[in-house]
Design a protein around this ligand. Sequence first.
Ligand code: DAH
Length: 345
Amino acid sequence: MNSANDLEELKTRLLADLNLAVSGASESPRLEDLKTKYLGKKGEIYGLMRGMGALPADQRPAFGQKVNELRDLAEERFAALEAKAEEQAINAKLAQSTLDPTLPGIRAPMGHLHPLSQVREDTINFFRGLGFELAEAQEVDHEWYNFEALNIPPDHPSRDMHDTFYVDEGIVLRTHTSNTQVHYLLDHKEPPIRILAPGFVYRVDNDATHSPMFQQVECLVVDENISFSHLKGTLFLWAKHVFGPDVNMRFRPSYFPFTEPSAEMDISCIFCGGKGCRVCKQSGWIEVGGCGSVDPAVFEKVGWDPERYTGFAFGFGIDRIAMLKYGIPNIAHLTRGDTRFLRQF
Ligand code: DAH
């Protein structure tokens, strides 16, 4: 039954089926099914090959070649149609999708330093530039370092329970960064001392301008022949750096047990230029921090010779500087963590 006629008939049927398969008509056969039907192991083309034995021997080579040609043709057509079908499927999927790859992307919001960190980092960088070293001391400290060694006697008001958080008998949350002075002078006996110590301090205090936990920066310089004018020069440089070249500065006599003489440093009001406004309470001046020459009593407590060495120290609140610099009216804004507020700085 194998004959050239069968072969021609098979070829015609194959081509007609392929046309039907791509016509999109509802009754059209699926490409995979056709492939199995014609090219499968038990398919019609291999069927022709298997039946070749029934032909007279002299006709077999020519017939065999024709069947091979038909198989090649079929493989080629199927491959082309499959590739086309795949492409159509991809295009259909793309046409359905609402993604537009040419639209601009959504940028991840950029963070920045908290205003308190900005003031702290800026202060550190400024004093580093003057040759100061960073120092730190513990926030939970024995009261001797926080008070006694700084010449603050037991009956001093700042030791009152109302100001100080007591952790245990004789153990406090430090009320100021000045404890760093004591630790540093005990640990380092070689002048010159030039340190800057930023850190957290704690007080039982809570209103618009005070918070129970806030940051201070402590500064200490010790050597032979250090005078009050060194203190003034250093602070004036720093004030101009932070508040601009037009800022003015004054010292008001004050009292701290660990400095003698002691002063309160004021800057000319940066909001009114010194004319008087609500912020400076019409005085034209704003208080920035405390300072003075190291009291000889402190040198004695930490074993430095007060006859030979002198020094100056100052301490100010980082929160206060940030509030002044950025015109922030309430200290609580700085620690609330509201990004709508923080984004402004
Ligand atoms: N420790 C003081 C305070 O917390 C600030 C201060 C005043 C620090 C004078 C100093 C200083 O180093 O010399 O209010």
